[in-house]
Design a protein around this ligand. Structure first.
Ligand code: GDP
Ligand code: IMO
Ligand code: MG
Length: 447
């Protein structure tokens, strides 16, 4: 595996200076898996640090570099590039077992992660959070209804809930403060006792959990620091910083399709709080959009396809979860949802990914409006029940054909594909200046 990108160097890869700092933010505009990881890997060499600010090991970011596929769950995707500092900021929830597993895999591949910085304020996902995640999902689906969220089972919701509850939460800094750690884990076990008992789970062994957490501290201690201070110092001295969004806007806990969402602010709004930098540093927001839509887990999905076409998109796009292996639900591009996400994130430009997957369809459909109770809607309803009842209104578009994976210029795409992109730009109101035509780093059009 070469660490050096041979991708062409162009203006669009450079971070943008707001006058006070130089940053790029990459966020997903749909329900996740838009190809954020691939874009972050391409942008990383132009930055000094790549920062995860939200989510945890629920994320699955895949890269294909010269034919070799890799998946990242916690470690930021910029890690393949020497000299780019990977940072797990305070807004991330960290499962140390998963993180150590990932660091070991990278070490086996000869990739240096020595500069990894872990925020002392980041929440730790404890083993009981994963048990609680599974228990909640089991109870929610026990009466056969569709209330279960379909989480990744990585303990994300319970870990963020523990953070909000405060006194029983373990932060990364506590892994190297044995007295605080013991106190917090003992209290957490006490408080969870009745829930675990009622759920038919074994009683928690606080002593064993404390020993495990102390061992994590020994392994990860050298990486734990105040990442907010680190990032502000970098920004202050003109070092460009790249923010790597995990999950996506429509899964944002406040602005997504609640309650079928994750538990963090997965939009650009999550960056200041999740990275510990002032909002004025967030400029140059790149929204990543699949040329169609996918969703994993439960929740409304107005343009979902339940037919052969949906299956074809799934197979062609290898639409199976990076984290859980679950088949992803597939559907046509939803421009109503896209417009919502563009405004919410203050998107400056769009990276349109997986365009190649749509090649070979005679006709494509694009959702341009919804119908609810016979009335046309041009916006996303905030209520998930209403959203689950809307009917998608489609604009048909002529399809395109041929292998796009070798195309490196927008002008060389089939004219119908160019029209598809122009239609998206017109509706979204922002330019598409990155186009993915294959999974490999090199299979990209930068215009
Ligand atoms: P992320 O979570 O947003 O980083 O996205 P995932 O990695 O979960 O899912 C995106 C999938 O599409 C991965 O398997 C990528 O390797 C792949 N991918 C990314 N961009 C492209 C593209 O332009 N074309 C194709 N065919 N695959 C792509
Ligand atoms: P990346 O970063 C796709 C979904 C789960 C579930 C809901 C809540 O790879 O795009 P959670 O485990 O977070 O409590 O699950 O959110 N979800 C994702 N779907 N890609 C992701 O991340 C996701 N992260 C969470 O499937 O529906
Ligand atoms: Mg993913």
């Amino acid at each position: 595996m070469t660490k050096i990108s041979s991708i062409q160097d162009t203006e669009i890869l450079r971070p943008v200076s707001s006058g006070r700092s130089t940053t790029t933010a990459v966020v997903g505009l749909q329900w996740g898996d838009e190809g954020k990881g691939k874009l972050v890997d391409i942008l990383a060499p132009h930055h000094s640090a790549v920062v995860r600010f939200n989510g945890g090991a629920n994320a699955g970011h895949s890269l294909v570099v010269h034919g070799e596929r890799m998946a990242f769950h916690l470690v930021p995707c910029g890690v393949l590039h020497p000299g780019v500092r990977p940072v797990l900021a305070n807004g991330v929830v960290i499962d140390p077992d998963k993180l150590i597993e990932e660091l070991d895999i990278l070490a086996e591949r000869g990739i240096d992660t020595g500069t990894l910085a872990i925020s002392d304020r980041a929440q730790i996902v404890m083993p009981y959070h994963k048990q609680e995640d599974a228990l909640r999902e089991r109870l929610l689906s026990s009466d056969g209804d569709t209330a279960a969220i379909g989480t990744t089972g990585r303990g994300i919701g319970p870990a963020y809930a523990e953070k909000a509850a405060r006194a029983t939460a373990v932060r990364a800094g506590d892994l190297v403060r044995p007295d605080v750690l013991r106190d917090r884990v003992n209290k957490a076990c006490l408080m969870k006792h009745s829930m675990f008992d009622a759920g038919g789970l074994d009683a928690l062994d606080a002593g064993a959990l404390i020993d495990k957490a102390l061992a994590w501290g020994e392994r990860l201690g050298a990486h734990i620091c105040d990442t907010s201070a680190l990032l502000n110092a970098m920004l202050g001295s003109g070092n460009p910083v790249l923010f790597e969004g995990a999950n996506a806007t429509l899964l944002d806990v406040d602005h997504g399709t609640f309650p079928f969402v994750t538990s963090s602010n997965a939009s650009a709004m999550g960056i200041p709080a999740g990275a510990g930098v002032a909002p004025r540093h967030i400029s140059n927001v790149i929204g990543v959009v699949k040329a169609y839509c996918t969703r994993v887990g439960g929740g409304p999905f107005p343009s979902e396809l339940h037919d052969k076409t949906g299956g074809l998109i799934r197979e062609r796009g290898r639409e199976y979860g990076t984290t859980t292996g679950r088949p992803r639900r597939c559907g046509w591009l939803d421009l109503v949802a896209l417009r919502y996400a563009v405004v919410l994130n203050g998107v400056d430009r769009i990276a349109l990914t997986l365009l190649d997957v749509l090649s070979g369809f005679d006709e494509l459909q694009v959702c341009t409006a919804y119908k609810l109770d016979g009335k046309l809607l041009d916006h996303m309803p905030s209520d998930a029940d209403d959203l689950s009842r809307v009917e998608a209104v489609y604009a048909p578009m002529t399809g395109f054909d041929g292998d796009l994976s070798g195309v490196r210029s927008r002008a060389d795409l089939p004219s119908e594909a160019q029209r598809y992109i122009a239609f998206i730009e017109e509706h979204a109101g922002v330019p598409v200046d990155f186009i993915g035509v294959g999974a490999d780093r090199e299979q990209s059009i930068l215009s």
